[in-house]
Design a protein around this ligand. Structure first.
Ligand code: B1M
Length: 207
């Protein structure tokens, strides 16, 4: 038994056994930060890389993300309690009028896998709800998802609401019809094409 088994469990989508593996590692005295970084996050980075290179596809990425989520459940209570530190706090949601959440959920899971504390507001989220959630959770990043061309303007409304509220927070956006040019146009701080690159973007925005 070693941390590499936890790493491998994510790559093998061992959703049912990963919690037990991590509990055993913790009982044997493994470091929480090492388990998170070298076990879960490194494995998700590897999954993200394989996805970018076309070796893995969305279903595999979802299974890996779900496996990582099961592992995170065990580590979560120990994080921030003298254990590993969070990479940052993110509020994420699908914008007003839009009910698509598969991609957003995937992005949220990958961000959790990347060490972020993620507060998912769900779908059809009003601009004010993002503003309120940032204040409530002390988030430094907002992640907006939209899958419809008709709901993209709600991203612009949300960016405007954030600016009006005077919040010191970065806004990152994504979703099938969204582009970097659109992000620049509406004054968002970043755009990412898929879940793995969303993690890289969030890491750069959190610096
Ligand atoms: Co809808 N739908 N849908 N739909 N749907 C699309 C988006 C559409 C392209 C289908 C089509 O016509 N070919 C089309 C949009 C056309 C357009 O505006 N350009 C469409 C439409 C028209 C509609 C309705 C209007 C249909 C109707 O009722 N007449 C309706 C709208 C409802 C509403 O939202 N108000 C509707 C409804 C639905 C369902 C409810 C049936 C269902 C959603 C179920 C759910 O999400 N729980 C659904 C689905 C499943 C789709 C398709 C088939 C698949 C979307 C998906 O989940 N992709 C979609 C067609 C397609 O894309 N092939 C379609 C998989 C997912 C992993 O990818 O979401 O792109 P994606 O996420 C990616 C990236 O975009 C990125 O990372 C993710 C992972 O790599 N990403 C981010 C996403 N969010 C990000 C945020 C980030 C960063 C990256 O930072 C914060």
């Amino acid at each position: 038994m070693a941390i590499k088994d936890v790493y491998q469990a994510v790559l093998d989508f061992e959703e049912d056994s990963i919690a037990g593996l991590i509990e055993k590692e913790l009982a044997a005295g493994a470091d929480v930060d090492k388990l998170l970084q070298e076990g879960l996050i490194s494995a998700m980075d590897a999954v993200g890389k394989s996805f970018s290179e076309g070796e893995l596809f969305v279903p595999e990425m979802l299974m890996a993300a779900q496996t990582m989520k099961e592992g995170l459940k065990v580590l979560k209570p120990k994080l921030g309690a003298g254990g590993a530190s969070s990479a940052g706090t993110i509020v994420i949601g699908t914008v007003k009028g839009d009910l698509h959440d598969i991609g957003k959920n995937l992005v949220g899971m990958m961000l959790e896998g990347g060490g972020f504390e993620v507060h998912d507001l769900g779908v059809d989220v009003e601009p004010k709800a993002f503003v309120d959630a940032v204040k409530k959770h002390g988030a430094t990043i907002i992640g907006l998802s939209a899958l419809l061309t008709t709901t993209m303007p709600a991203m612009e409304e949300t960016v405007a609401a954030v600016k009006e509220a005077g919040l010191n927070v970065k806004v990152m956006i994504g979703g099938a019809p969204v582009t970097k040019a659109y992000a620049d146009k509406i004054g968002a701080n970043g755009y990412s094409e898929d879940a793995p690159s969303a993690v890289e973007l969030a890491r750069s925005l959190a610096k």
